[in-house]
Design a protein around this ligand. Structure first.
Ligand SMILES: Cc1cc2nc3c(=O)[nH]c(=O)nc-3n(C[C@H](O)[C@H](O)[C@H](O)COP(=O)(O)OP(=O)(O)OC[C@H]3O[C@@H](n4cnc5c(N)ncnc54)[C@H](O)[C@@H]3O)c2cc1C
Length: 440
C-alpha cells in the first residue's frame, strides 16, 4: 500500500514510521527545508543547542517518552531550585519562594477554583457534547473572566496564566477551548507544574533531535522543500501535488495544523473546513538570553520569573545540563507576541535585554540573544497550538478526525489527549497510521 504523509512534524514522522514498520510504501512531503515543524533546535553557543520550539514533557507523556527512548535520547530535569522573581506591580521586581505570585491569595484561589470548575465540566473525548457546550463555545475566555472574577489581582494574573499555558490571548479562545485544553493536558495542576507535572523535564540537547532521528531512519522517503498545494481523489486513488511534484497513493495523512490544512485544495472538497474565521494561529515568540554560566543560581534564584509587562512575560532556566553557558528562555505570548513580532531585530533585542536587566539587576548583560518568531512562521500557524475561537468546537469538532475518503488527519490538534503538546502529536500519528491499516 502506498501512503503519502504531508508534513514532517512529529505527528507526520510518527505516522510514517508506524506505516513503514508495518510494510507500507511511505513518502513524507514537507514544505520547509528542515523536518520537525514546531520542534526546532538552535545552537546558542558552539556545541550547545536549545529548544526554540517545544521543550518540556512530563511522566504522563508516555508515547513521546517511548519514542525518545527508542531514539536513544535522554531527558534532564527542568532546573527550578531557588527563588522566583515577580514583576507584577509598578514597584518593580521582587523575589519570592515558590512559584505562586505575590498577589492576593483570595483572588488567586477564586481564579483557580473557577478555572477548575470549567475544566472539569468539559468532555475531552467530544468537547461539543459538554453540557452547555454552545454557550461555552460562544463566549471568549476574556468575557468569561470579566463576568466571573471579582478581584483585581485575578484579572491581572489570568492573561499571564493563559499566555504561559496556551500562548493565548484570552480574547482569542472560547471558554470551551480553554477548559478542553487544560483538561486534555492533564488538568490545571498537572499542566501548570514543573516537578511532577508537564514541565518536569526536557530533552538533553533538544527535542528536535527526535524528529531528526526519525527522519534519518526514514531516509529518502522524506522529501523537504515541497509545500503541498492540492490533494485530488478519484475512483482509483489519491494524488498529492506540490508546485514541483506529484505523488500518487492509496491513502494520505495530512499532519498539519488545521489553519494550514485548510490552505490545501481538496477535490472533492471538504464537507466541513478544518478551521473557522476565529481560529487563531497562536502567538508565541521564544527568546534565549545567553550568559557565561547560569549566574542567577549564585544569587539563590531559579531563573523563573513572571512579569505583567512584556515583552518577557515569563523566563525559565534552560541552561545545558552538561556545563557551558547559562541560558534564560523568555516567553513572549498572546497579544504581547503580536506586538513584539512587529518590531525590528534591534528593537526586539533592546526591549528584551532592558527587561532582563530590570528583572535580574544582579546579572551582567547577556553575551548573546536569539529570538524565534513563531507568529510570522508561514508553516506553523499554531503556536504552541491552534487556538479554537468562538464557535470552532461546535462547528469543526465533530469532523476533526473523520477521514475524508482516502484522506486521514493527524497533528496535535486532532488529539483529544494532550492536545497542543508533543504527546498529542505523537498519539495522533499513531492513530492515523492505525486507521489506514484498518480502513484500506
Ligand atoms: C514556541 C513553542 C513552544 C512549545 N512548547 C511545548 C512544550 O514545551 N511541550 C510540548 O509538548 N509542546 C510544546 N509546543 C507544541 C509542540 O511543538 C506541538 O504540539 C508539536 O510539535 C506539533 O507537532 P505536529 O506534527 O502536530 O505539527 P507541526 O510540528 O506543526 O508539523 C507540521 C509540519 O507540516 C509542514 N507543513 C505545513 N504546511 C505544509 C504544506 N502545505 N505542505 C507540506 N508540509 C507542510 C510544516 O512545515 C511542519 O513541518 C510548543 C510549540 C511552540 C511553537
Amino acid at each position: 500500500m502506498k501512503v503519502v504523509v504531508v508534513g514532517a512534524g512529529i505527528a507526520g514522522l510518527t505516522a510514517a514510521t508506524e506505516l513503514a514498520a508495518h510494510g507500507a510504501d511511505v513518502q513524507v512531503i514537507e514544505a520547509r527545508d528542515r523536518v520537525g515543524g514546531r520542534m526546532h533546535g538552535i545552537e546558542v553557543a558552539p556545541g550547545h543547542w536549545v529548544d526554540a520550539g517545544a521543550a518540556y514533557l512530563g511522566q504522563r507523556h508516555t508515547a513521546l517518552r517511548e519514542l525518545l527512548s527508542r531514539a536513544g535520547l535522554t531527558t534532564v530535569a527542568t532546573a527550578m531550585a531557588g527563588d522566583s522573581r515577580f514583576s507584577l506591580e509598578t514597584s518593580g521586581a521582587r523575589s519570592s519562594a515558590g512559584r505562586l505570585p505575590p498577589l492576593s491569595a483570595v483572588a488567586l484561589g477564586e481564579m483557580f477554583d473557577l478555572l477548575d470548575g470549567v475544566t472539569r465540566a468539559v468532555r475531552t473525548d467530544a468537547p461539543w457534547l459538554t453540557p452547555d457546550a454552545e454557550r461555552l463555545d460562544r463566549m471568549t475566555a476574556a468575557q468569561w473572566a470579566q463576568e466571573n472574577f471579582r478581584h483585581t489581582d485575578a484579572h491581572r494574573f489570568f492573561p499571564l496564566f493563559l499566555g504561559e499555558m496556551m500562548a493565548a490571548d484570552p480574547a482569542d479562545v472560547s471558554v470551551l477551548h480553554m477548559g478542553f485544553y487544560l483538561r486534555s493536558g492533564g488538568g490545571l495542576n498537572y499542566l501548570n507544574a514543573f516537578e511532577g507535572g508537564a514541565q518536569e523535564s526536557r530533552v538533553q540537547g533538544g527535542a528536535h533531535q527526535l524528529c531528526e532521528t526519525l527522519a534519518a531512519e526514514l531516509g529518502d522517503r522524506v522529501r523537504t522543500g515541497h509545500p503541498v498545494r492540492a490533494v485530488i481523489q478519484d475512483g482509483t486513488g489519491v494524488t498529492v501535488r506540490s508546485e514541483s511534484g506529484q505523488w500518487p497513493a492509496d491513502a494520505v495523512v495530512i499532519a498539519l495544523p488545521p489553519v494550514l490544512a485548510d490552505r490545501i485544495e481538496y477535490a472533492p472538497g471538504l464537507p466541513v473546513s478544518r478551521s473557522g474565521a476565529r481560529t487563531a494561529p497562536g502567538c508565541a515568540v521564544k527568546l534565549h538570553l545567553v550568559y557565561p554560566a547560569p549566574l542567577w543560581r549564585e544569587h539563590g534564584l531559579s531563573g523563573w520569573s513572571v512579569s505583567a509587562d512584556g515583552p518577557l512575560l515569563s523566563t525559565v532556566d534552560d541552561s545545558p545540563s552538561d556545563g557551558g553557558p547559562g541560558v534564560l528562555t523568555g516567553f513572549v505570548t498572546g497579544a504581547e507576541a503580536r506586538l513584539f513580532a512587529s518590531l525590528s531585530a534591534d528593537e526586539q533585542r533592546s526591549a528584551a535585554v532592558a527587561q532582563a536587566t530590570r528583572l535580574f539587576p544582579e546579572l551582567p548583560k547577556p553575551l548573546a540573544f536569539h529570538a524565534t518568531d513563531w507568529v510570522n512562521e508561514a508553516y506553523s500557524r499554531g503556536c504552541y497550538a491552534a487556538l479554537f475561537g468562538p464557535g470552532d468546537w461546535v462547528a469543526q469538532g465533530p469532523s476533526l478526525v473523520s477521514p475524508h475518503g482516502r484522506v486521514h488527519w493527524a497533528g496535535t490538534e486532532t488529539s483529544t489527549a494532550f492536545f497542543g503538546l508533543m504527546e498529542g502529536a505523537v498519539r495522533s500519528g499513531q492513530r492515523a497510521a492505525e486507521e489506514i491499516f484498518t480502513q484500506h
